[in-house]
Structures are given as C-alpha cells and as structure tokens.
Design a protein around this ligand. Structure first.
Ligand code: ZN
Length: 445
C-alpha cells in the first residue's frame, strides 16, 4: 500500500482486485511502448511508458527512461495508442430497456449494467443529469476513487422540473410549482448528497409550459446556499442569458434556437459559466433513425445495443413515427445550430466540456461518446481538440484534479487503442483495452 493509496481511502480488498485484474501480484505496473495522447491537447508522443502504482499514475515519459521498478508487472503496448478515459458530463442511466424509458426500470442492477457498458467503451467517468433514484448515491460511493470495473459516477439526483413542464422521468422527479417548493426540493436533494443541482428550462418547441424565471432563480439560490453548482438544460438564447444573470454555473446543452451572441459570450466569460456539454450526438440521434441508417449495421454500434434495441431502431414503424412527428422538420437545423454554437463558444474562450445526453431511447451508452467525438470534428474541431475536450477539459469541470490527463498523480483511468485517433477520430472506436484505476475493464459483449 502506498501512502497515495491510503490518502485515496481505499481498502485492501479493492487493491487485491486491481492486482488480479492485471494478472500479476505486483501493485506496480509498467505499460510501455505506446504512443501517448495525454489529454492536454499536445501532439502525440511515440515510444512512451507509464508506471501505475495501485490506482494512480506515478510516472510518464520516454520508454527508454522508465525508472527501475523491481518486481513490477510489465505490459507491452507497442503499436498501441494510449489516451485518458473519456469524461462524459451529461448522461442518463438505468431507466431504459429496449427503447422504452420507465421509472420502474431503474434498479441498482440496471445502473451497474449501464456503468459497465460506459466503461467497456472507454468512458471512465459519467455525470448523471437528474433522473436518478436515491439508490444512485451508494453506487456512486462504492470504491469511489479506486480501481473499478464500472465508470465512475457523479449524480444530480432528481433534477428540478416545472409542474406540467418539460424534463425528468415521470415517477422519479418531483415537479415543483412555486419558488418555495423549488427551494425545498433543492434542500432535499442536497441532503441526499447529490453532486449537483439540475434544472430543465424548455418548452419542447412550444408544446409545454416552460419553467418561470422566478423558479429558476429560487433553484439557483438554494443550490448555492447548499454549496452545490447548478446546471441547466437550456434551448433558447434568451433563457441562457437570463440564467447566466441569475447565477447558473453551466449549461448541459447547446443553445439551439439562434447563434450565441456577443452578449451571452461576454456574460458567460465574466461569470465563469461553463458550456458543460454540447450534446451534438443527441441532436443527431433524435432524427438519425427516421429512415434506414447504416449506423445500425456498424459492429461497434451493435456492441452497444441489445438485439431488441437494434430491431426497434431498424423498424419501419418507429422510423415513420419519428419522421412524421411535429418537431421532425425542425431537427436538422437545431443540430446544425448546436454545432455552430459550440464552435463559437470555444473560439471565444468560454470554458466548455464534453457531454452526450446518452441514455434515453436511441442514444446508446458507450456508442454515443464516440458519436459525439465524430460530431465535434464535424463541427470544426480537430480530432486532437475533440479528445482534449472529452478528457482534460471535462475533468477540469469536476474540480478534483485527479483524472482526465495521463500524468503523475492522476488516477490510472485510460484507454488503449489499436489506431491513432488524432489522425482519424473514428479510430477512438478501435479499443484494445480500458483501465479504470489501473484495473482492466471487461468488454461488454
Ligand atoms: Zn439530459
């Protein structure tokens, strides 16, 4: 046991599990020979090595200079590429089975199943955005900073939904009708130990009542009184401006009705508000399956989905339901606006992270993150910038300084790839292995 191990508060049993997973008795493992994409956005470095001591990276550098580590296990990663695990700041979890989302599907087992899927796809930390039952807290806290075979988790518990309005999952969230009710619900969430407070401000393109500003203000104030950052589902530019003025900490979707303007950008920068997630894969996925889509025949896609989910996505009836929906004609333009806006924000120096809104029907855990990387490149980011966003940038939002980079002192959460993702972002899918806290994650299917 290293002192670092003890500082992380990990038990002996968790340590033993990590050692078994790498097939050696040694608590120290040297990975060597790989090309490093360290998450910082700098150019890949060939022929590197990394020393992992229990759950934590203790050394990274040229393979020729690796320090003497008597008794360490060695893992040869020649011709491989190594990058930090993906940090997804916007997911939902545990409530979907065969393209149906239901309160009743949420169980500790369904949550763990999704967390294992995220992990197998190289997604090593996820922020669940407001549709969780209370059992999420104990799952989050199990082996929190140590070796894992599931993605690490943060949760917004039950996010705040306006009564009769948009957002949440019926039976899980507790809709509020007044500022006083909203403040009381925020207090209740904080008492449960959630990491963040989430609110939904949207009207489904005019179909539903939108949360009044008096309620969002009460939520933000109550969140801050409880020492919690408050994150918003937002759609309209005008609402984004009002929420920034009210003290919101981050947005969990792009503004999608209009281009972000100088006023919003200046206000976000002045107040340090994050564009926490652009959810570009969400904007693509909501209309991608309105007609036959070759994605459903992609083996990588099929690894992420149950056969019934694939059959559902390929069914002509479901395609027709999407293609004839009221909002369908507006969706391609919304998708394009989301892509344009994340580029505008990124270029203007607003802080931004990586998030997919994976989890609801048709937005597959694990696959969505690789689709998001693809969409970021489509929006105009280089593959290296997209990876930087999905790793170090998103980890910075967490404020824990313990992941998102391949660097000494960081958790050994990393992905080994068979091809260079900075040459072609689709190579992020060529996963050879995933490690969380130095523990190798089983593949799902
Ligand atoms: Zn969401």
């Amino acid at each position: 046991m290293t002192t670092r191990w003890k500082r992380l508060g990990l038990g002996l049993l968790a340590g033993a599990a990590a050692m078994c997973a790498v097939g050696a008795e040694a608590a120290t493992v040297v990975y060597h020979g790989f090309t490093l994409i360290d998450g910082s956005g700098t150019a890949p470095k060939a022929d590197q090595a990394m020393v992992v001591d229990d759950a934590v990276i203790t050394w990274v550098g040229p393979a020729k200079q690796v320090p003497r580590t008597p008794g360490a296990a060695r893992v040869d990663l020649k011709r491989k590429y190594l990058m930090p695990g993906i940090v997804d700041l916007h997911i939902h979890i545990g409530t979907v089975r065969d393209l149906v989302q239901k309160e009743g599907y949420f169980t500790p087992d369904s949550v763990r199943k999704d967390l294992r899927t995220y992990a197998a796809f190289g997604v090593t930390t996820v922020q669940s955005m407001g549709t969780d039952k209370d059992s999420i807290i104990a799952i989050r806290d199990t082996g929190r900073n140590g070796p894992q075979t599931m993605a690490r988790l943060l949760t917004a518990g039950q996010g705040l939904v306006f009564k009769g309005g948009y957002g949440g999952v019926p039976g899980i969230n507790h809709p509020v009708a007044t500022p006083a009710e909203a403040a009381a619900e925020v207090d209740a969430q904080a008492k449960k130990g959630v990491d963040y407070i989430k609110l939904w401000m949207d009207d489904e393109l005019g179909a539903m009542p939108k949360m009044p500003y008096s309620i969002s203000k009460a939520i933000i104030d109550a969140g801050h009184r409880n020492g919690k950052r408050v994150l918003a589902h937002v759609f309209y530019l005008a609402d984004a401006k009002e929420l920034v003025a009210q003290g919101i900490d981050g947005f969990m979707h792009s503004v999608r009705d209009k281009p972000v303007d100088a006023e919003l950008i200046a206000a976000m920068k002045a107040r340090g508000v994050w564009q926490g997630a652009a959810t570009l894969s969400r904007e693509a996925a909501v209309y991608a399956f309105a007609a036959d889509n070759p994605r459903t025949r992609d083996p990588f896609f099929r690894q992420a989905a149950d056969p019934a989910t694939i059959a559902g996505l390929e069914s002509p009836e479901r395609e027709k339901t999407i293609a004839t929906s009221r909002i369908y004609p507006a969706l391609p333009r919304i998708d394009e606006q989301a892509r344009d806006n994340i580029m505008l924000l990124a270029k203007s120096g607003v802080k931004y992270g990586f998030g997919t809104d994976a989890g609801p029907p048709g937005r597959l855990p694990g696959y969505s993150e690789h689709w998001e990387l693809e969409q970021l490149v489509k929006a105009g980011f280089t593959p290296a910038e997209a990876i930087h966003t999905a790793t170090a940038r998103s980890a910075e939002w967490l404020g824990t300084n313990d992941r998102g980079l391949i660097a000494p002192g960081r958790l050994a959460d990393f992905v080994v790839l068979n091809a260079d993702p900075t040459r072609d972002i689709l190579n992020s899918r060529r996963i050879a292995a995933v490690y969380i806290g130095g523990s190798k994650v089983p593949s799902v299917r």
